[in-house]
Ligand binder design. Structure first.
Ligand code: SF4
Length: 411
């Protein structure tokens, strides 16, 4: 593990130094172009007989841009030297392990993927080596099984105290009621610390502020409501650890490959370049990546893990009530579930659409969804569901009955 960590850190530094150099190259190109344009303007101003005042101002601008260009050139030299040093340090670190194989660019990514792949195959060692383990939870079923896996591993390795469960609370204007409380109960049952980060206003606030809805291509919501809220925790955890050397933080996420092609391309373990620094190495860990939906429900039944009741009402994901990624049928059902639970969210979201003049989808507004839900309600009557229905659908009546008995006994 120490050798792999040193190599990963070498890769991180080389990657970061190369990225800084690439940025410096771009900055110099911009500065050189701006400087050349300014000089051309002075030449043409002089030829067109501009006033002495205008000419002096144009020459001052040229001097200013020339200074910036010089600064950009110096930065380029510094970043070039830093990148060369970082790459040769990495080369020296890697040389004893694979003679003749390069560590630049793609070679470096391949080496990192190999090391991370090996580490992912030995989760117990990973957990033991970590200084802190952050499990992000939405409160949903995949997060639940992810948390269960991590907690089980950490408990078996005798280091449960490293685990912290983090929930990004989007508020009841965005999410189904009881999500935060459920996540907290899960943490309490596992005996781990529970932290909440809150994105003020949630999805409703974000849409109102931007005057438009996010969409699948520009999913700003996940970044600003979840990832950006959780990111500062890595620094806080590192500070609290107070280690002399670099801390190793595992950041566990309950995503599954079967959910989408993008998720299927994820590796079980990845180096989080954005969150890592010389003080901490953050590895993003996907402990339930290979599980199917049925596997998840089987584990929930087997371990009597408390899941959110919206799953029983045929809502497949515990996400924002009007998630921008949800299909039409799910949104219609979400509206009907809101009515069944006495929530006024459909009315509020319809009003928001009208207020900002932007529909939640190009060809589908929440108002359309509400109209469809009204028709469905007239034809079928209000939604009816019972606790355990999600398990009945996925793992059968017997498993559901056992689950409900276990849950009642544990209450
Ligand atoms: S649940 Fe859906 S709408 Fe909410 S933050 Fe995630 S992707 Fe965006």
């Amino acid at each position: 593990m120490p050798t792999r960590r040193r190599l990963l850190e070498g890769i991180r530094r080389a990657h970061q130094a190369d990225a800084a150099h690439t940025t410096a190259v771009r900055a110099l190109t911009r500065a050189s172009t701006a400087s050349a344009d300014a000089r051309a303007r002075v030449a043409s101003a002089a030829a067109s007989g501009f006033s002495a005042g205008d000419l002096a101002a144009a020459r001052a601008a040229v001097d200013d841009l020339a200074r910036r260009e010089l600064e950009a050139r110096r930065k380029l030299c510094r970043t070039f030297t830093a990148a060369r040093t970082a790459n040769s340090t990495l080369g020296a670190l890697y040389a004893p392990h694979a003679r003749g194989r390069g560590t630049g660019g793609r070679g470096r990514s391949v080496i990192a993927a190999g090391i991370l792949g090996e580490l992912a195959e030995t989760p117990r060692e990973l957990v033991l080596a970590a200084d802190a383990i952050v499990v992000s939870t939405s409160g949903g079923k995949d997060s639940l099984v992810c948390g269960d896996r991590v907690v089980t591993l950490a408990a078996e390795a005798g280091c449960l105290d490293k685990v912290v469960l983090v929930h990004a609370d989007l508020g009841e204007e965005s999410e189904w009621p009881g999500v935060r409380e459920l996540a907290q109960r899960q943490a309490e049952q596992w005996g781990v610390r529970f932290l909440v980060v809150k994105a003020e206003g949630g999805l409703l606030g974000l849409v109102e502020k931007r005057g438009m809805w996010p969409d699948a291509a520009r999913r700003l919501c996940t970044a600003s409501l979840k990832r950006d809220q959780i990111a500062p925790l890595f620094k806080q955890i590192t500070d609290a650890l107070g280690l002399d050397g670099q801390a190793l933080i595992l950041s566990a996420l309950g995503i599954r490959a079967a959910e989408s092609p993008a998720r299927a391309r994820k590796a079980p373990l990845a180096l989080d370049m954005r969150a890592s620094s010389s003080r901490r190495m953050v590895l993003t860990w996907h402990p339930v990546l290979e599980l199917t939906e049925a596997d998840v429900w089987r584990r929930i039944a087997e371990a009597a893990l408390e899941y959110h009741p919206v799953y029983d009402a045929l809502i497949p994901r515990l996400s924002c009530v009007f998630c921008v990624l949800a299909g039409r049928d799910i949104l219609v059902r979400a509206v009907r579930l809101c009515w069944a639970l006495g929530l006024d969210l459909p009315t509020r979201y319809v009003a928001l659409e009208e207020h900002i003049g932007h529909r939640s989808r190009e060809k589908l507004s929440i108002a359309d969804i509400v109209a469809e839900a009204t028709l469905a309600e007239a034809e079928e009557g209000p939604l009816i569901w019972a606790r355990g229905d999600a398990l009945r659908r996925h793992v059968g009546e017997e498993a559901a009955a056992g689950y409900l008995r276990n849950l009642a006994a544990a209450a």
